[in-house]
Unconditional design. Sequence first.
Length: 217
Amino acid sequence: MAVRLLVVDDDALVRAGLRAMLGGAAELEIVGDVGDGRLAVDAVRDLQPDVVLMDITMPVMDGLAATEVIRGKEGAPEVVILTTFGSEEHLLQALRAGAAGFLLKDAAPQEILDAVVRVAGGDPILSGAVTRQLMDYVAGPDDQSKRDRALGVLAKLTEREREVAAAVAQGKSNAEIATDLAMGVPTVKTHLTRVLTKLDLNNRVQVALLAHDAGLA
């Protein structure tokens, strides 16, 4: 079944370009496009997309605020941020708002398509480069006490769970982790769920930061 996609961008030419680039893909069905965050919230309610491809800087309601509203509702679609701005602060704000992916507008059409399909399948997309950028921004300089604290927290995990946490810190997808650790993708997801539960964390980015602090990345 094709992934139902909503495109949100205040530039009509960008929306038309995304439709032209992605509209022919068998994996996708573009169910609509709108020009601001408030319209995006309404369109999600009316069109029930699986994934929203969301710009950040827009009138009326920006993409970060719209993402937070959309993700706060029951049965919410996944959101992939597609923006010109690649600052660490925008990345952090997007993840805190509930986005499952973050891409720049110079990404190749195939990269955007792959991201939408992966996110729809429950596999958040955060490249290794972006993960390292985020960790460097948040974690700051190396600190032995910080490392000791992180190791103490990770001691709650089994050896296999620590391996999964380390792979997440390297920016690997669930499929890549499965290949590297010789397990199925469902098993990776199970281990990751256990990691989040044991450590009282909300998402894989927090797992990556903790593993980075512990020196596992």
